[in-house]
Design a binder for this molecule. Structure first.
Ligand code: G
Ligand code: G
Ligand code: MN
Length: 525
């Protein structure tokens, strides 16, 4: 991958990593505060409504009892006694009385000599009740009362204005009240009120509104022509938000920083690898091991695959499957191949003098096959280690065969030296049989992933047999990789596979160990 793009992606992921948890924590704080405030305001509206409903029930009850008395003179002594009984029993009612022509003529407090003026009604409900708010009646008490008058009979309930509103009385920041539907007017309330809130209720039973200035809850009465509302300033929510944010945002920031460091650490490792590889080449941090290849019939070691190893200065081993692809991307792989041949050339001395039919297999990458220099490197390696062409194999992956023309030429020259060509990791790529046929190949290496399926009922276990048949058709010799059990070896032998490598026989060895073990095997024979 292009380094600039990789850096950009790392930076973007880093920014996301740090900002996502913070934004999430802010969002959670806001949601939490919002639901807290709505819960609060809804609770208030419900309390107002409960009190209003109870008051309304008592008023309706009072009117029903007075009207049932059926007297023609509402202010008769008997009727006033009934009024007194009702007012004493109904705790929400301050008094009950009789109003005609905007005058209170008598009440549970008795008959007044002259009528007390109460003014014109301010509101008439759908149930034909007239409302008068803020009526002062010194004979009854010194607060302005609400009067509710039954239009049909003139009977009137005197209600203390704070009764329905006396909820959370200490909480002065709260606006609350009752409004009537039919007139879309406020019956009783304190603080701010916006007729829009009635519109917002529509036909619903309740509604919660978040306005720029207010958090509002409206609750419709199930029995009367009114609804209760409560509102608190939106600043309350911001204060709540701040309370939660103080706790949640630091957690978000901490999580973000940890995440960002993790991202940067990973990105840095990835980005730095090519640079580190260059230093590793300069500082000679690579060495090689040799994994023996055995003849499946005799068990003799007939050759070995050269495998590169990288030990960092801090002792850490880096696996080739990790750094080989990076080296290929960074165009460093040819320097690595050259280093491998250099190491082999330096440490392999009298191997072929002692074992003239032994072979070493060198892994080549696609880039190696497109460069004529590889031919020269192999030729000089043969000279350094005193080997004939037949003592050297090269292993190619299917990917290496894709850029045709140059590859064919390089392979021809390699083969002309007597070096044999093995196709590595066969079956894991995507080349077709006929395509492979168009190259002069000698050996097919059966990938460990297929060998692993032998004796299992994995769907791919059939593939091994097919690969073996195919190799026979192509007249290729076979090396099975990663053989770990006698059962696998037996299967391969039975199917005509000639050679194998794997832990069953030997792990990759240092050159001196390879030589020592071969010598002792010969002594034993
Ligand atoms: O040894 P294991 O040893 O983990 O090898 C892992 C992979 O690395 C194998 O697919 C092997 O073919 C590849 N590999 C090992 N050494 C070399 C090398 O020198 N050059 C290339 N191109 N690949 C190698
Ligand atoms: O180049 P190639 O893909 O063949 O490299 C072989 C890889 O497999 C190396 O990493 C080697 O160490 C590893 N290997 C070799 N034999 C065995 C084996 O029998 N079992 C396992 N698990 N790994 C093996
Ligand atoms: Mn290999």
């Amino acid at each position: 991958m292009n380094k600039g793009i990789a850096t950009l992606i790392a930076v973007i992921v880093g920014i996301l990593a740090i900002s996502a948890p913070i934004l999430l924590s802010l969002y959670l704080a806001e949601q939490q505060s919002k639901s807290d405030q709505f819960e609060h305001v809804t609770l208030i509206a419900q309390s107002v409504l409960r009190r209003a409903d109870e008051t309304q029930r008592q008023i309706a009850d009072a009117f029903a009892r007075l009207e049932a008395n059926g007297t023609r003179d509402p202010c008769s002594d008997a009727n006033i006694r009934l009024m007194t009984n009702i007012a004493v029993a109904a705790e929400q009612l301050q008094a009950v009385g009789y109003v005609a022509d905007n005058e209170l003529l008598c009440s549970s407090f008795g008959k007044f000599g002259i009528g007390i003026p109460v003014g014109a009604p301010t509101y008439r409900s759908a149930n034909n009740a007239d409302f008068r708010t803020a009526v002062v009646i010194p004979e009854i008490g010194d607060t302005p009362f609400i009067l509710v008058t039954r239009v049909a009979s003139g009977y009137t309930a005197v209600v203390h204005p704070y009764l329905p509103l006396d909820v959370f009385g200490a909480d002065t920041g709260v606006s609350l009240g009752l409004f009537g539907f039919s007139q879309k007017k406020l019956i009783d309330g304190r603080g701010t009120f916006d007729p829009q809130w009635i519109e917002a209720l529509g036909t619903a039973q309740s509604v919660e509104l978040l306005e720029s200035n207010n958090i509002v809850a409206v609750q419709r009465s199930r029995t009367g022509d009114y609804a209760a509302f409560a509102a608190i300033p939106a600043e309350n929510m911001e204060a709540g938000l701040r309370r939660y944010a103080v706790i949640l945002v630091p957690i978000g920031i901490a999580a973000g920083i940890v995440l960002a460091f993790a991202v940067l650490y990973l990105a840095k490792q990835q980005l730095a690898l090519p640079a580190v590889l260059k230093v590793a080449l300069k500082h000679k941090e690579f060495f090689v091991e040799y994994q023996p290849v055995v003849d499946l019939r005799t068990g003799h070691w007939i050759g070995a695959e050269v495998l590169i190893r990288w030990r960092r200065p801090n002792g850490e081993m880096v696996r080739p499957d990790l750094f080989i692809p990076v080296a290929e991307d960074a165009k460093l792989i040819q320097r690595i191949t050259e280093r491998v041949m250099d190491i082999v050339g330096g440490e392999v001395d009298d191997l072929f003098a002692r074992y003239p039919n032994f072979h070493l297999a060198i892994n080549l990458s696609p880039a190696d096959l497109q460069d004529h220099r590889t031919v020269d490197l192999l030729r000089s390696l043969l000279g350094r280690i005193g080997a004939r062409g037949e003592n050297l194999f090269v292993e190619l992956t299917e990917r290496g065969l894709l850029r045709l023309d140059m590859v064919r030429k390089v392979l021809q020259e390699i083969r002309a030296m007597g070096i044999r060509i093995a196709i590595d990791d066969f079956g894991t790529g995507y080349s077709s049989l006929s395509y492979l046929q168009s190259f002069d190949l000698d050996i097919l290496k059966i990938d460990k992933s297929f060998v692993d399926t032998i004796g299992t009922d994995a769907a791919t276990s059939q593939v091994v047999a097919h690969i073996i048949e195919m190799a026979k058709d192509l007249k290729l010799k076979m090396v099975a990789e990663g053989v770990e059990s006698q059962a696998q070896a037996q299967f391969l032998r039975d199917h005509g596979v000639q050679f194998a490598q794997g832990w069953l026989y030997s792990k990759p060895l240092a050159f001196s160990d390879l030589m020592a073990q071969m010598a002792s095997a010969l002594d034993a024979a």
